[in-house]
Structure formats: structure tokens, C-alpha cells
Design a binder for this molecule. Structure first.
Ligand code: ACM
Ligand code: ZN
Length: 552
């Protein structure tokens, strides 16, 4: 892939005061709408006089109107007025041209929308405010971006009907705040990026060996000891440390602020409390729930990579503490799902631990070709934790490793390696979220020449490869395809210690992930995606988001 030097130059923009050539909107945005049908007739002229109308007394629709007005202001330099209308009243004929947002139960998909543009007006309808919100996203990406500090006189919206809906309902993105604490503004920026790419599920990785980022009111000692590490490794393996303490955590008020910010944007936040592995930051304040016991000198980890110290599955104290934690997590987060992790739970400690071995004996667990006795103990652990969630009306998601350990069919599996867990998970009746380190780990290098990139975890994942991701492996039986509920991208946090780097890593590969989530596979063609992406990038620049201009 060559670096694309083309810019949006082809679009002629008009500036107030100058003789106006009118810029044109294009509906083939990222992600590509399902259907764009041009219709005969003059275009709609979006000018500063156009109002955005929303049905009265509907807060979510009023917010949608406000978002659209804000986006128009960001792109074009003028802010349309927003105004309520009576949805039960008759539509006035010959009223002033407007963009009218409405609810229409005939739009089948709850996140779908229909955008009808004529010279008389723009109608944007969905069966829910979420659907309308995605129509708003399409509109903001369809209209051009003016040079900063200039104001467009008008933009032409060609007469058309756009009918759109997502391929998958679960369209996720993971942000790892365990390795590095990222400030609130960074988390909000992450959500803004999700919005721009039609994503709806924020998988918030809040705890890891290197830091515990969630305030627990009933266990303040967990963040007191677990949110701060004394220093951080500088390279990947070399034993050089920066000597600087790093830490931070989100207060419960912070979390509530993020939940509201996300919910206003039709995004569900699913917290992850990763267990029984990736738990050294909890062991720092609760050594009694580790296999080495209360006197072990656990400390928040200062280097990356999986750790052999994990929660002890033999001790009852472990389950009592986990239940306390999940109790608070469920009080705080309203999501239907809670992610309980389960990846990379190395079993060396369990093999040596008298308590874990006693539990294995008591349960009669025996290793077989699919799983060792210790791995089956992880199955026991996961089932007990899932039950805690079920008792609180929630469902569990866990990483693919839990699948072989033996879990309930009700557990949703999050794949992160190849396709086998998608295939086997779905064919055995689990809901599966398709992820892949090979395609969707956006913390990997996006350019082959690593010397020209910021220092990162290691592997190479070009945009072109991310775009090729097709989650529906042909081995998933037709009757089980509905179990593949979505696709996710991932921003792991080793070495990603600030918002700019987070954003640079996501852009533009996030656009490729969004097309794996939103559009139908037969519409997914890389050479057609690239010009659409090219037209999206001025929006990245509008918000001063760093992005990889020399994608490969
Ligand atoms: C993972 O990358 N450990 C899920
Ligand atoms: Zn143990």
C-alpha cells in the first residue's frame, strides 16, 4: 500500500462573502451505508437558515438534534437552530426547509435508519433514537469539512434515500486502562472516536497486573495499594526501569460521568474485571487470596506480559472478595454483561498450591486431551463467578480460554486468537464476540518500519490486514451463525500512556474495524473503502486527532 497523497481537494467549498460554488455531500461514508439510492430531483440546500427539528418531549431525540447541530457547526462553521415539533400534529406543507428527525416503527432494525433527502427537506427516521443517532453520524460524515475559521454558505445534499442498518449488534472497542491510567478526557475522546465509527459497546479493561483503576467504596484498600506501581519497565524485555511511580484510578463519580457520556451517545459500557489471572494489583492489597498466602510480598507489577501469580481457586476468601467486588461493579454499571476476563491464567501456582489441589480433589477434576485438571478448575472458578452475576441479573463474557475449561452455555465467549473459538464456541451454543489479535489489535505497529513509529508492544498490523477481517468462518454452521453477535477492536495499553498515542494507534484502523462491524461482507472491498476513508480523514483533522497518514 502506498501512502495516499490525495486530499479532499476535489470538493469545492464556498466561503461567506466569496462567490459561492456549492460543496456537495456524499453518502458513501465509513462505514458504508447498506443502500444509497439516488432519486430524481434537485438537491437539498443546507444553509445557515435550515433548522433541525425533533419530536417534542423526547430527550434522546433532542440530544440527537443537538449533536447534529454541533457536528454541522464543526464541519461547516455555522450552527443550525434546533426546534421541537409536535409528532402527533400534521406536517406543514411548504414550511421552511428543515432536517426533521423522527421515530418510525417501520424501520426494522433498532439501530437502523432511513434518510430521505429532497429539495424540500431531509427526513431522518429510525425506530429508536439510537437508529436516528447513526443517521446523524452518516450525515455528519456526508457533509464536507470546511477549512478552519471559514464558514460554508451552503452544502448540497443530493436527492436520495439512504436505508441503513448494522450487520452486528455488538460493535465493540476495548480500551486498556490497567497498564496505564488514562485521564478522563482521554476516555471521553475514545468514546468520541467510537461514535464517529458507529460503535456501541465500550469494553473498559479496568484492572490488570500493573494497576487497579476502579474505586471500590467497600474496599478502599484495593486502590490505595493497587492503583500505583513504583516504576515501569522501559523496553519490552530489557530490565531497565524508568524509576517513576505511575498510577491513578477512576472514582465512582468519574465512572458515573463516563457512563452518562457514553449513554448519551448510545454506547454501553461493559467493565472488565479480569480474573483469575491479571490480578496482581488486587493481590497487592489482598495477598490472602493468592496461592502463596497472606505473607507473600505481592506488589503491583512494573513490567508487562502475563504473570504466574493469579487468584487462588482453592480458598473460600477468594470467592468472598470477588463477590464483594462484583456486587459494587453491578451497582455501578448498568450493562447487561459484565466481562470477567479469564485470559492467560497461568497454572503453575495452582499446580503447587495445596488449597487448589484440595479443591481439584474435592471436585474430582481430571485432566483430559481438552483441558488439564487445573484448567478445569478455572472452569469451576468461572461458573461460580458467573453465578454471582446471574444472581444480580447479569450475564458473563469471558476470554476464549474459559471455553476449554468448561463453562455454562450461557457464557459469552470473546475470541482473541484465531477462528477456532468463534467456530467451536458458536457451534456449541455460546454467543461469541469475534476478536482477533491478528487483525484487530490496534496497539500493534501499523507500519512495517518500526523505527519511524512510537515505541510499542511489537507486532505489525497494517490497515489493509485489519480491513480483511471476516469473522463468520465458514465452519460456523448456518443454524449457529446468530451466535456470532459481534466484532471488536482492541487497544491494549502496554506503552500507550497518553491520549495522543491512543488515538494515533486507532486511526485509521478503527475505520476498518467499523466496516467489519457494520457492513455486509459482500460490500466490503478494500479498494472502494480507501477513497471513503480518504474523505473521512478531514474529520480526524478537524478534531486534531493524531492519525497514521502513511498507512500500509
Ligand atoms: C489478551 O490479549 N490477553 C486477551
Ligand atoms: Zn491456590
Amino acid at each position: 500500500m502506498k501512502f495516499f497523497a490525495t486530499v479532499l481537494g476535489a470538493v469545492a467549498l464556498s466561503v461567506t462573502g466569496a462567490m459561492a460554488e456549492t460543496a456537495q455531500a456524499r453518502y458513501d461514508v465509513v462505514p458504508l451505508p447498506l443502500s444509497v439510492e439516488s432519486v430524481k430531483g434537485a438537491p437539498f440546500l443546507l444553509t445557515p437558515d435550515v433548522k433541525i427539528l425533533y419530536p417534542a418531549a423526547d430527550e434522546a431525540m433532542e440530544r440527537n438534534a443537538g449533536f447534529l447541530a454541533g457536528y454541522v457547526a464543526d464541519n461547516l462553521g455555522f450552527t443550525p437552530a434546533i426546534e421541537a415539533y409536535n409528532p402527533a400534529g400534521k406536517q406543514k406543507k411548504g414550511g421552511a426547509p428543515a432536517i426533521r428527525l423522527g421515530l418510525d416503527s417501520k424501520v426494522e432494525n433498532s439501530e437502523g435508519y432511513r434518510l430521505t433527502v429532497t429539495d424540500k427537506g431531509v427526513e431522518l427516521a429510525g425506530s429508536t433514537p439510537a437508529g436516528v443517532f447513526y443517521g446523524v453520524q452518516t450525515l455528519r460524515k456526508a457533509i464536507p469539512v470546511m477549512p478552519r475559521d471559514s464558514v460554508a454558505a451552503a452544502v448540497e445534499l443530493p436527492a436520495a434515500v439512504v436505508a441503513d442498518e448494522p450487520r452486528f449488534h455488538y460493535r465493540g472497542m476495548l480500551l486498556d486502562c490497567g497498564r496505564y491510567f488514562l485521564p478522563m478526557d482521554a476516555v471521553k475522546q475514545f468514546i468520541d472516536l467510537m461514535v464517529m465509527h458507529n460503535m456501541n459497546t465500550f469494553h473498559w479493561h479496568l484492572t490488570d497486573d500493573q494497576g487497579w483503576r476502579l474505586e471500590l467504596k467497600r474496599h478502599p484498600e484495593v486502590t490505595e495499594k493497587g492503583s500505583m506501581r513504583k516504576e515501569t519497565i522501559c523496553g519490552r524485555v530489557a530490565q531497565v526501569y524508568d524509576g517513576k511511580p505511575h498510577g491513578g484510578f477512576y472514582s465512582q463519580d468519574d465512572v458515573k460521568e463516563i457512563l452518562k457520556y457514553a449513554a448519551d451517545r448510545h454506547i454501553t459500557v461493559i467493565p472488565e474485571i479480569d480474573m483469575p489471572g491479571h490480578m496482581v494489583s488486587l493481590l497487592a492489597s489482598h495477598p490472602e487470596v493468592g496461592c502463596l498466602g497472606a505473607d507473600a510480598p505481592y506488589q503491583v507489577s512494573t513490567h508487562f506480559g502475563p504473570h504466574i501469580d493469579i487468584l487462588c481457586a482453592g480458598k473460600e476468601e477468594t470467592f468472598a472478595l470477588v463477590e464483594d467486588i462484583l456486587d459494587e461493579v453491578c451497582e455501578l454499571f448498568p450493562s447487561e454483561y459484565i466481562n470477567i476476563g479469564g485470559d492467560e491464567a497461568w497454572k503453575q501456582r495452582w499446580e503447587q498450591c495445596p488449597d487448589c489441589q484440595a479443591r481439584i480433589k474435592e471436585l474430582g477434576l481430571k485432566g483430559d486431551e481438552r483441558a488439564s485438571a487445573e484448567h478445569k478448575l478455572q472452569g469451576y472458578f468461572t461458573k461460580r463467578v458467573e453465578k454471582m452475576l446471574n444472581e444480580r441479573g447479569r450475564k458473563a463474557i469471558g476470554w476464549e480460554e474459559i471455553f476449554d475449561a468448561g463453562v455454562n452455555p450461557s457464557t459469552t465467549i470473546m475470541a482473541w486468537h484465531g477462528f477456532d473459538y468463534i467456530v467451536n464456541g458458536a457451534n456449541e451454543g455460546h454467543d461469541v464476540i469475534a476478536g482477533s489479535s491478528e487483525y484487530n489489535y490496534l496497539d500493534y505497529y501499523q507500519r512495517q518500519n518500526k523505527d519511524e513509529e512510537p515505541f510499542l508492544i511489537g507486532k505489525y498490523l497494517p490497515l489493509s490486514k485489519t480491513y480483511q477481517y471476516e469473522p463468520m468462518d465458514e465452519r460456523v454452521l448456518p443454524e449457529n451463525r446468530h451466535h456470532v453477535i459481534g466484532v471488536q477492536g482492541f487497544v491494549w495499553g502496554e506503552f500507550i500512556d497518553n491520549a495522543n498515542l491512543m488515538t494515533y494507534q486507532m486511526l485509521p484502523r478503527m475505520a476498518a474495524v467499523s466496516e467489519s462491524q457494520w457492513i455486509q461482507p459482500e460490500q466490503k472491498l478494500y479498494h472502494k473503502f480507501l477513497p471513503r476513508l480518504q474523505r473521512l480523514t478531514p474529520l480526524y483533522d478537524r478534531y486534531s486527532y493524531p492519525w497514521c497518514r502513511r498507512w500500509e
